[in-house]
Design a protein around this ligand. Structure first.
Ligand code: PCA
Length: 338
């Protein structure tokens, strides 16, 4: 059904300028949208009940309420329209006009995308915000080069380690089948002697259930969404980094909107960004409580683990600086000066 939505969008686009005119387009649009409104499908990768998806839904609602005569944004959470790994290219190619992606998963496109996943560079929400501000001009430029426009970002809670076994040092991770969600967690796994396997959040439970993965680094939020207590025993609250999702739009699709609707969209994006950052801060402790209530041992990592990760983090930062060159260094310098 959801693929049909993509087809409908393509049809909407194709038919809009044609003599068939608005009546057929409206016929293909979802009920509730007014006559000439174009349906804008917005694929998202995380469950509908997660605050990232809820923030996206609130963003869509605000735009639809204020510019519903022109567009009707329909969010598709949980990878239901395009899987997490497909969303970026789908929006770039115009198959969907807008979408959401965890930014650091795009690390192979450009190192700048993974700046917020470098371990221990920014581990609190305040620092993550500063890192975002320091990197935003470069991020916007990069998106522009790819034919996209950044609308807003929302952070995940700080990243911690889920394991089946109690750990005394990082050596205990050797040979572990480690679920990675971006190139930098893949590299991190290799550096600690684990075996990385890339799995989207929507498939995490299944990966653990079938033995494809037995450890991961992610937030208490994703641990909660995937019911990590069913396949892990420990959550080590490493607070290693604070990655972000971004919501973005195809530049051509954005520029085809009226100036009024563009303005509405940018305002709604600013509201969503504020709400999303507030929600992440507010929910972090709640998520950890939920992990504990459901039976996970939520622990501060032993010093040896934190030190081990810090060493790996230094190596990953050096790597990143090499890859990202002068531009990357300028962003890190700007962040450190804040
Ligand atoms: N959850 C997402 C990305 C980071 C996070 O906390 C995931 O695990 O896919």
């Amino acid at each position: 059904m959801c693929r049909l939505t993509a087809v409908r969008h393509a049809l909407n686009k194709a038919l809009r300028p044609a003599v068939l005119g608005a009546s057929l387009v409206a016929g293909l649009s979802l009920a509730g949208a007014s006559q000439a409104a174009e349906t804008w499908d917005m694929p998202m990768a995380y469950p509908a009940s997660n605050y990232h998806s809820e923030t996206g839904a609130a963003f869509a609602k605000e735009v639809n309420e204020k510019a519903g005569d022109e567009i009707n944004i329909v969010t598709h959470p949980n990878g239901s329209l395009f899987g997490g790994g497909e969303i970026f290219n789908a929006v770039r190619r115009g198959l969907a006009p807008a979408g959401e992606r965890i930014i650091s998963a795009l690390g192979n496109e450009d190192p700048l995308f993974e700046i917020d996943a470098i371990p221990f560079l920014a581990t609190s929400f305040d620092d993550a915000w500063n890192l975002y501000q320091a990197s935003k001009p470069a991020l916007e430029k990069l998106m522009d080069k790819k034919g996209l426009k950044l609308l807003y970002t929302v952070p995940w809670p700080p990243q911690g380690l889920y394991t089946k076994k109690q750990l005394t040092s990082l050596d205990d991770m050797k040979g572990s089948k480690f679920r990675a969600y971006n190139p930098i967690t893949t590299k991190l796994a290799e550096l600690i002697g684990a075996v990385p396997t890339k799995v989207e959040a929507a498939e995490v439970s299944q990966a653990f259930a079938t033995g494809v993965a037995d450890s991961m680094i992610t937030s208490a939020s994703t641990g909660y969404d995937t019911k990590a207590w069913e396949f892990s025993s420990y959550f080590y609250d490493v607070q290693a980094w604070v990655p972000k999702n971004m919501v973005f739009v195809n530049k051509k699709a954005f520029e085809a909107l009226s100036p009024e609707t563009q303005k509405v969209m940018m305002e709604a994006a600013a509201h969503a960004e504020k709400a999303g950052w507030d929600k992440a801060r507010e929910l972090t402790a709640w998520y950890k409580d939920q992990l504990q209530t459901n039976g996970l041992k939520v622990e501060t990592p032993p010093a040896a683990i934190t030190e081990g990760f810090k060493k790996v983090g230094d190596e990953l930062l050096q790597d990143w600086l090499k890859k990202s060159g002068d531009e990357g260094k300028a962003v890190i310098d700007a962040y450190r000066a804040m």
